[in-house]
Structure formats: C-alpha cells, structure tokens
Design a binder for this molecule. Structure first.
Ligand code: F6R
Length: 367
C-alpha cells in the first residue's frame, strides 16, 4: 500500500501534485479564473461586509494560516489575524458579526481548533472551515466548508494535507478578492493560472529536488540544532521546515523571520550551526540576502533554497537547492517540498521511524 515507496511520508510527498490538482480542479474556470466553492455558503454580499478575518489553527495548519494572511491581505485587502487555537480560545476576543472566522484543520477534530470555532460562532461570527475529512465534527458545525481533497494522510507528519490547505486558501483568496472587487479580471486570471500550473511544476521537479537534498544531508544529518529562516511568504515555510525536522528526526530546530535574527538568535551562530534559508527572488529578496550575508560573516553553515540561475547564491555557499522561478504567490507551496524532503532524508539517515514519530498522534482530540 506504500506503492513502492519506503514510507507513507515519502509517498505522500510525491502525491502532492495530485492532491493539489484534486483540490483545485472543478473549482476554477481555466479561461476566466473564476472560482466557485460549492459548500462555502458565503454570498458576495457577505464577502463585502466582512471587516476582519481570524484564521485559527494548530501546528502545520497554523503555518498554512500564516501564508494565507499574506495572500488575503495582499489580494482581498482585509485585515487578517492569525491565531494558534489554544491561545485564541482563552484570550479576550473582540469578535462580532462582521468578523469571519476560518478554522484550518486537516482532521476536522482538533480539540482546540474546534473549541475556537464554537466560541467565535457564539460571538456572532460566521465560521468556515478548511478541512480534509468529509463529515468531521468541524465540517458539521461550521457554517461553510472548503474541502481539501488531499486523500487520507497516513504519515503522522503532515505533508500533502498542508500543501492542499495552501491551495484551498489561495482559491479562497481569489474568491474573496473577486467578490470584494479588489482584484480585476486580469489579476484573477493571473492568480488562477499560477495555481493551476503549480502541480505540474512540482511533479516535474520533485525527483530533482529529492536528489539535491539527498546529496546534501551527509554533511548535516548528525547536527544537534538547525535554524530555518525566511521572509514574507517564506517565513511560514521556515517555521514548517523546522517543525518537520523536529517531529521526525528529533533534531532541535527553530524557524525565524530572517529580519528577526539580529534581535537575538544570531548569538547562536557559529561554525557548527546549520541555517536553512529560503531565498526565492521575490519582493524581499535583497533584504533576505543581506540577512544571510550576516550569517555568513559569523561562519554559520548555510543551506540555501533559491531560484535557478541566481548565481549570487554560489558566492555564499556550495550547498544550494535549486528551484524554478515561478509566480511569487506560489513560492510557499514549492518551497515546502525541499523542506519536507530535508526532514525526511535526515530522519531516515538517522534511522528514525518517520511515519510514527515518538509522542505524536495524528489527531489531537484532547486539549
Ligand atoms: C505536524 C502536524 C500537526 C497538525 C496539528 C493540527 O506535521 O501534523 O502539527 O498540523 O496537530 O492538526 P489538524 O490540521 O488536523 O487540526
């Protein structure tokens, strides 16, 4: 049932093009880019009336929320607050009927996320859930649902469910932007095309990415600590890379926004410390590069994940994972792939049971 793969996790990493395709297909008109989300139960009028969005989730799903904040604020121009569900449910919430609450949960059963949804609804907010499990508690209680169609995920560490959440959240961004009039037809087409195109790009590059990552890890698999850094849309992916590595290899890892390094974590950097940096050629590229030059000056060992043809990266380190240059908004989906594979390759090299990491459960239904 692992279809020739050594682990479910690797199989599920390779299933991502299909999972994203299944999440997107039938929901976007390829000519106009128009998005329809059958079960969302949110009218155009309601889209226009919202004045704030809360995104509520745990763990990897919370990282998807962090990416969505950038997308929604950029394209649908609504302020978005992102909350870890266990914090959301106990803080003093300022919620009324103009707030839209979106819970993101692969399982639809996570106790804190479910509690957060119930609280928000009680305060008058409409609640939508982004979920992978049909008929789960969250989909039954929410006012509307956007299903991800990732298929069952067996590996405890979330992979294809995460990138499918990103795809669903990008669909939602286009949907919202169009109904609010914050994106025009040309922009809608551009964004939809970018999303429709991403599965084929991942499919084409996956074997090469695995090869590049595999070639790197011999020098790194026995390190004790890792830092992951990124800026803008890559910041949540740095967090996700660090979480994946912690979960399955038991190596201590932290993710930071690149610009935060100098506010403390830079003290950790010496020639023993590996730093994985995401450096797509996006709006914040030059800022990220200057943060990386500071790491290099302190002799940190850098692994860069960047764009093909960016020869400047080779003046910084030989350890570069090359990815194609694509639509900027799709970088979080693409850059997740090497982060997942880095964790997978290191964990298997260390002999860890990647499908059943210690102390973790697939679904966290208690507080
Ligand atoms: C990490 C992972 C967890 C889940 C979290 C939320 O790989 O899988 O961090 O993302 O427990 O689970 P769901 O999405 O089911 O609410």
């Amino acid at each position: 049932e692992k279809a020739g793969f050594k682990h479910f996790m690797l199989k599920e990493i390779f299933e991502q093009p299909q999972a994203i395709t299944n999440t997107v297909s039938g929901r976007v008109n390829p000519e106009t880019g128009e998005v329809s989300l059958a079960e969302i139960n949110l009218s155009a009028q309601e889209c226009r009336n919202i004045d704030r969005i809360f995104l509520v989730a745990c763990g990897t799903s919370w990282h998807a929320a962090l990416v969505a904040k950038y997308w929604i604020e950029r394209h649908a121009k609504i302020p978005v607050e992102v909350d870890i569900a266990s914090e959301f449910r106990y803080r003093h919430l300022l919620i009324d009927e103009r707030v839209l609450t979106i819970t993101i949960s692969q399982s639809g059963e996570t106790a804190d996320t479910l509690a957060g949804m119930r609280i928000a609804r009680k305060m008058g907010s409409k609640a939508i859930t982004i979920c992978n499990v049909v008929g789960s508690t969250m989909t039954r209680e929410a006012d509307g649902t956007v299903y991800t169609h990732a298929g069952p995920e067996i590996g405890v560490a979330s992979t294809k469910a995460f990138t499918s959440q990103l795809a669903a959240l990008f669909l939602f961004t286009i949907f919202l932007g169009r109904h609010r009039g914050t994106i025009d037809l040309a922009k809608q087409q551009e964004l939809a095309q970018a999303l429709i195109g991403i599965p084929a790009i991942i499919e084409h590059h996956l074997p090469k990415i695995q090869e590049q990552v595999g070639a790197l890890i011999e020098g790194y698999y026995d390190c004790r600590d890792f830092l992951f850094v990124g800026r803008g849309l890559s910041y949540p992916i740095a967090l996700e890379g660090a979480l994946k590595l912690k979960e399955i290899s038991y190596i201590h890892a932290e993710g930071y926004a690149s610009g935060e390094l100098k506010h403390g974590p830079i003290a950790l950097i010496d020639k023993e410390m590996p730093i994985v940096a995401m450096v797509p050629q996006d709006k914040v590229y030059h800022k990220t590069i200057s943060n990386i030059e500071e790491i290099k000056a302190r002799q940190g060992r850098l692994i860069l994940i960047g764009s093909e043809g960016d020869s400047h990266l080779l003046t910084i380190t030989d350890d570069v994972v090359w990815l194609p240059k694509i639509h900027e908004d799709m970088n979080p989906i693409l850059y997740t792939i090497p982060a997942q594979l880095l964790a997978y390759e290191i964990a298997t090299r260390r002999g860890c049971d990647v499908d059943q990491p210690r102390n973790l459960a697939k679904s966290v239904t208690v507080e």
